[in-house]
Design a protein around this ligand. Structure first.
Ligand code: MG
Length: 403
């Protein structure tokens, strides 16, 4: 044991290992970024870890910055502020964990660290707290499950060589938890002595001569690995959000002097501008109201009063993102957003796909969950007279039961 603990502000932090290439999942995208329930697997892991309220140090592969950025944007508003800037991992899991530990060390260290795999999206709050407690008590601890199958050791010919006593076996999971200085020193020494490819951090601690305690893991804390795991998790996530709601939104802004309009989060050149307190983006306003309507939580005016000077000239993407965050705070997801612009001009068709992409980006949703349509009103009414633009929107959201 290091007798000079690293000075610490935080009691505990999490190293989140997400640098793997996930080849076993049989996909182009590394598995931690494959969508489940409409957003990257890693964003679910971040949400689960947020229950601990501790800083999270992500470790990602070089080149995965955009994928990580989307995962972070898709994570809940509780999780996002806990995430430190990601650091790059190494060639092996072991090297990646060391990179995460060194990043924490460089910023002052912590008393205890949990090391968790990005592809395990469902550690419960209870398990996270148990891991912290086990680190406090034992300095090195891992969650393990009793093995129900009989395990055989085989030789190179596939012949059974031994049948270990089942009661002595545990299948171990993450988060694995440690006194920070203990595991940092063990990792540094293993690296120095070129001990590589140890597949978990317990093995590093064992190699360094420490006793590693096993506490109860959770059967639901699975590592998502195979395509069937993704399908199963997709189904169970959607099943956990059975309260399906639809909200509508409607907005109008009048034309005034200017040379561009903001529509669907895009600046579009036009001979006139839309007049409003904010940037007057009717489509984003209607979408925001649709989500708020689905939540039964007021409207855009009650969340962002026009009387409040801070919203003067504001970009409307923040209104929409705020509504998305409210859904996520309630543990829900946006199933679909659909908007219709009603105007004679500007022509919307050339901008439709860019609008869908921008709205998807603002909401951190896959683009296939966003619809944008446009129509004229055949010269009739105020939109037909080119006095302004109207927008209609529908939002479908899914919430957990009982909220
Ligand atoms: Mg408006």
């Amino acid at each position: 044991m290091n007798e000079h603990p690293i000075p610490s502000k935080a009691e505990v932090a999490v190293v989140l290992v997400a640098a793997g290439r996930g080849l076993r999942a049989g996909r182009e995208t590394p598995k931690q970024y494959v969508p489940i329930g409409g957003r990257p697997l890693l964003s679910h892991t971040l949400d689960a870890l947020a229950a601990l309220g501790a800083p999270i140090q992500p470790v990602i592969a070089a080149g995965d910055e955009d994928l990580y950025g989307l995962a972070l944007a898709s994570a809940s508003p509780q999780a996002r502020p806990l995430c430190r800037p990601p650091v790059h991992g190494g060639q092996t899991r072991q090297a990646s964990v060391l990179a995460g530990l060194e990043a924490l060390s460089a910023s002052g260290g912590v008393a205890h660290v949990l090391i968790h795999d990005g592809a395990r999206p469902r550690p419960s709050a209870r398990l996270l707290r148990a891991a912290v407690e086990a680190a406090r008590l034992h300095k090195a601890a891992v969650p393990g499950l009793h093995v129900t199958d009989t395990i055989k050791q085989i030789d190179e010919n596939g012949i059974i060589a031994a049948t270990p006593e089942r009661s002595c076996l545990r299948a171990v999971q993450t988060p694995q938890s440690f006194a920070f200085d203990l595991i940092l020193v063990a990792h540094r020494n293993a690296n120095k002595e070129k001990v590589q490819d140890l597949t978990d951090d317990a093995a590093i601690a064992e190699w360094a001569g420490h006793k590693v305690h096993v506490f109860d893991g959770e059967p639901s804390n699975v590592k998502v690995t195979n395509p069937e795991d993704f399908a199963r998790m997709d189904a169970s996530l959607l099943a956990a959000l059975p309260d399906i709601r639809t909200g509508q939104g409607y907005d109008v802004h009048a034309f005034g002097p200017g040379d561009h309009v903001w529509l669907g989060g895009l600046k579009i050149p036009h001979e006139r501008a839309l007049v409003g307190h904010s940037d007057a983006d009717v489509l984003l306003h209607a979408l925001t109201d649709a989500i708020l309507g689905a939540l039964g939580d007021g409207d855009i005016g009650s969340h962002f009063p026009p009387s409040d000077p801070q919203w003067k000239g504001a970009a409307s993407d923040r209104f929409l993102r705020h509504a998305v965050d409210l859904v996520q705070r309630r543990g829900g997801m946006i199933a679909h957003l659909d908007g219709t612009l009603i105007c004679e001009a500007p022509k919307i068709g050339p901008h439709r796909e860019a609008m869908r992409a921008r709205i998807a980006e603002i909401c951190a949703l896959p683009i296939d969950r966003i619809g944008v349509k446009a129509t004229t009103s055949e010269g009739l009414g105020f939109t037909g007279r080119r006095e302004g633009i109207a927008a209609l929107a529908l939002a479908t959201i899914r919430l957990p039961v009982g909220i």
